[in-house]
Write a protein that binds this ligand. Structure first.
Ligand code: SF4
Length: 295
């Protein structure tokens, strides 16, 4: 399945022609690809969800990261939101999404166990979207497992047509791809059509096109952790737009292809080398000096 370029559009059309939910088609195709039953596939997804959930809990312990640049912010925001006297500006769903995305990012920076979805640096986006939706909409675990398969298929298409690597395509390929996966998964989870899944993924990637990879001191801490929260919120915004019938004028496969060309055109200083963007600021260079003895 991975030898040729995959097409999200053709998968969407297949689901439409068969009058299937996109998630059902993804499960059918993935189970066949892996040579297992649909039930076995969903059982695997449920065990992955358990790791995601425990990575949220790990992050909420508030430990400092190995580099010392991040840690404790997920707990800080959870405690702030929990206090009745404080203002929850963004509503419960978005607040939970931000908290969970930061929590997983902090768990990753603290060497905790996470699910790379699609990468470790972007590992907070998908759990944040799925578990905040589950918490605020009473979603069953089996439905979350189905949504995870949808996310995986979208990730496979992006990997096939572009890249999931920050070193190759910038952060648009990591946090952008994670957000597109999460947006499509969210739409399917909430009963959206296959076409709406595609528009959600396309709108998300469009909104994150050109995002550079600029980790301070080469560590997956700053800006990565907070960038996960922004990407997760982008995913929810796109999912909401798509469910409301808003479409992406540029078809999803073409958006993914444009991400690939933007990534190719991006200067190497902006692709995980820690030589450009935020990583090249005076403060970042001071951190690099402090941590590693060289800027
Ligand atoms: S900035 Fe780079 S290292 Fe950090 S999450 Fe984005 S792609 Fe990954």
């Amino acid at each position: 399945m991975l030898e040729d370029k995959l097409s999200l559009q053709s998968l969407i059309e297949t689901a439409q022609n068969k009058n299937m939910r996109f998630g059902d088609l993804c499960i059918e195709l993935q189970a066949a690809e892996m040579g297992i039953t649909k039930e076995q596939l969903l059982t695997k997804m449920i065990s992955i969800l358990e790791v995601m959930e425990s990575s949220i809990e790990h992050g909420l312990m508030g430990e400092k990261s190995k580099g010392g640049l991040v840690g404790g912010d997920a707990k800080k925001m959870r405690d702030y939101i929990a206090a009745e006297k404080n203002v929850c500006l963004v509503g419960n769903l978005i607040a939970d999404t931000i908290i969970m995305a930061i929590a997983v990012g902090e768990a990753n920076a603290g060497m905790g166990k996470i699910v790379a979805a699609p990468t470790a640096g972007s590992s907070g986006v998908l759990p944040a979207v799925l578990f905040s939706l589950a918490k605020n909409n009473n979603v069953a675990r089996l439905n979350l497992a189905q949504a995870l398969v949808v996310a995986g298929v979208i990730g496979m298409v992006i990997a096939s047509r572009a890249t999931l690597s920050g070193a190759e395509g910038g952060c648009q390929a990591e946090c952008g791809a994670a957000a597109a996966m999460a947006a499509g998964a969210a739409v399917d989870l909430l009963g959206g059509s296959p076409t709406e899944v595609g528009h959600a993924a396309a709108i998300t990637l469009k909104n994150m096109l050109g995002l550079v990879c600029d980790p301070v001191a080469g560590l997956v801490e700053v800006p990565c952790v907070k960038r996960n929260s922004g990407a997760a919120v982008q995913a929810l915004a796109a999912a909401q737009m798509s469910l409301a019938g808003i479409i992406s004028v540029i078809p999803v496969d073409e958006v993914i292809d444009s991400m690939a060309s933007v990534g190719s055109a991006m200067h190497c200083s902006l692709k995980e080398t820690a030589q450009g963007g935020l990583a090249a600021t005076p403060t970042a260079l001071n951190w690099a000096q402090k941590l590693f003895g060289n800027p």
